[in-house]
Design a protein around this ligand. Structure first.
Ligand code: TEU
Length: 557
């Protein structure tokens, strides 16, 4: 049954392979590199590894442009390296889930090459539309900026791409497309992979009429392709025909989704989805690269909506960062003076809510955004395209004018190599790294944090242990306290089975506010389970002052 399941109790660790560890001095992280570091994952205590795409690909979008689903890109190794990694992980009891990109393929995928030549049975594998080569079929926009349509000279027709023009969207209305995808999923499951993270799964269905979108929305057309008309039918079919036959974990990436939609995906058979409301609180409204201040009310409201609306009825994922987002400590904490304290506080938030926590590689070290000095230090295609668009549109005339936005949002913030030591290139490679290393690696690195009891890394280990040994941390109900405190986020996790409750108190800023436990919360005994400062011996937890970014978890009996 789904009431208690291994994936609810699991802690997931996300690996961006290009930046994890380089075993052969070509400057690019690889599968053997990950294998050499399996001890590290084991010591950390994680249960599942989610691997970002490693398939054969022209790599215009970090591998989210798949050329061949059943093979490994030579940058990362070969299929036997993947098998060896899988075995090594399985020996330690760590599961391995793959990133599955099924909304689109690369334009170099065989299906698209044949489709563009009009060859059967691939002719209708993508979204083709005829018409004037000067005007696209509708006004839809790509998530990477610019029109979502490109004209293909060979086929003399337009094709749809919600991302890069080298990422044409598959036509899921065509049953043969679904059949081919299902077969490919089965192929990976038969190879003993333990599940999938489904890339942009809520974008796979589009209305066949392809109507124009509201001109004021970003990206234009979103009301038609986000949670499109047949999306649940497709996901359910995928579950019924493939996923339901295996003991696996699945998580759908679903941007801009509502609470109701998230519950429906769970009913369709996905174990959980990634929601983004809490990562929209600092987005501005004048375009994709605008940013804004956020306050604790916004974070609490977003978190609570999902805790109440999804986690209790179905199941939720918990995350504050991934390979597309700024580093969580730079964004929601303090990357300067209180880097260590705030990284630990945010981790406490992540691990004490109801749902399955996802740790993005490097967050367990308290990694920050790097400083890129020049445009040519960026590697991410989205970053480069958005900058070019801004320059071309005439809104800005130099890179420096949009520098701040790029510094803030570029996906490369999260893609710098894992700092293993304070040696050259942070011990990531003996060659030249494919992207610069973050400049604070002499301080922020694995070797140093391994030896330091007070490091962010050691705190993550303790949190993961605690989660494994404390069922109420996984299954307890979320009961919010102090509904509108501007600095303190506090909640109880209350047991469904009569065990102890948890009290979680998080100071989200650098002030020293006073915490007051509401009078209706009663208990006989209390015990501190974890916190990010030396224990103050306390006579009572009814009222106390917090230190900057302090996080405290108490068990109440
Ligand atoms: O991202 C999907 C997504 O919603 C993007 O709009 C993302 O939020 C944006 O790029 C952030 O700036 C997924 C993958 O995680 C991403 O790496 C891929 O580029 C994208 O799908 C296309 O496959």
């Amino acid at each position: 049954g789904r009431d208690s399941a291994w994936w609810k109790e699991a802690v997931v660790y996300q690996i961006y392979p290009r930046s994890f560890y380089n075993s052969d001095a070509d400057g690019i992280g690889d599968l053997r590199g990950i294998r050499e570091k399996v001890d590290y994952l084991d010591e950390l205590g994680v249960d599942v590894v989610w691997l970002n795409p490693v398939y054969d690909s022209p790599l215009v979008d970090g591998g989210y442009d798949v050329r061949e689903y059943r093979s490994i890109h030579p940058d990362y190794g070969a299929m036997d390296d993947w098998e060896a990694l899988r075995d090594e992980l399985h020996e330690r009891g760590i599961r391995l889930i793959m990133d599955m990109v099924t909304n689109h393929t690369s334009d170099e995928h065989e299906w698209f090459r044949k489709s563009r030549r009009g060859e059967d049975p691939y002719r209708k594998y993508y979204w083709w539309a005829g018409g004037d080569p000067d005007s696209p079929p509708n006004n839809w926009e790509s998530f990477f900026g610019g029109p979502a349509w490109s004209y293909d000279e060979r086929r003399e027709a337009w094709y749809l791409h919600l991302f890069d023009q080298k990422q044409p969207d598959l036509n899921w209305r065509n049953p043969a497309v679904r059949e081919d995808i299902f077969e490919m999923l089965r192929w990976w499951l038969e190879k003993d992979c333990d599940g999938f993270r489904f890339d942009v799964i809520n974008l796979i269905s589009k209305p066949s009429a392809l109507p124009d979108g509201d001109p004021d929305s970003t990206p234009r057309g979103r009301e038609y392709f986000i949670d499109g008309p047949r999306v649940h039918e497709y996901v359910r079919e995928m579950y019924d025909r493939v996923l339901s036959e295996y003991d696996i974990m699945t998580v759908g990436e679903t941007s801009h989704i509502t609470v109701e939609e998230a519950r429906r995906f769970y009913e369709d058979g996905l174990d959980m989805v990634f929601t983004f409301q809490h990562l929209h609180i600092d987005r501005g409204d004048t375009g994709p690269w605008d940013f804004d201040d956020w306050d604790l009310d916004e974070l609490r409201d977003a978190t609570a909506a999902w805790q109440r609306g999804v986690s209790e009825q179905s199941w939720n994922s918990l995350f504050l960062g991934n390979h597309d987002q700024p580093r969580m400590v730079s964004r929601f904490g303090d990357e300067g003076r209180y880097r260590v304290e705030s990284a630990k506080m945010l981790a406490t938030y992540l691990f004490t809510l109801r749902g399955t926590p996802f740790v993005y590689q490097g967050d367990e070290l308290g990694m920050t955004n790097p400083t890129f000095e020049r445009l040519d230090e960026y590697r991410d295609e989205e970053t480069i395209q958005q900058v070019m668009l801004a320059l071309r549109s005439g809104g800005v005339s130099t890179f420096d004018q949009i520098r701040e936005a790029v510094d803030f949002w570029s996906r490369d913030n999260a893609r710098t190599p894992i700092p293993w030591s304070d040696e050259r290139n942070a011990g990531f490679t003996d060659g030249e790294p494919w992207i610069k290393v973050c400049e604070n690696y002499p301080e922020v690195n694995v070797e140093r944090e391994r030896d330091d009891e007070d490091s962010v890394l050691q705190y993550y280990r303790r949190l993961i242990d605690l989660r494994h040994s404390t069922p109420v941390m996984v299954y307890g109900r979320y009961a919010q306290l102090l509904d509108d405190h501007p600095e303190i986020y506090a909640y109880l996790r209350t047991p469904t089975d009569g065990s102890r409750s948890l009290l979680v108190v998080l100071n989200f800023f650098d002030g020293e506010p006073t915490f007051r436990l509401p009078n209706d919360v009663s208990y006989d005994r209390w015990e501190k389970l974890i916190g990010n400062y030396e224990s103050a011996s306390r006579d009572s937890i009814r009222e106390f002052d917090l230190r900057p970014y302090e996080a405290l978890v108490y068990a109440l009996e």
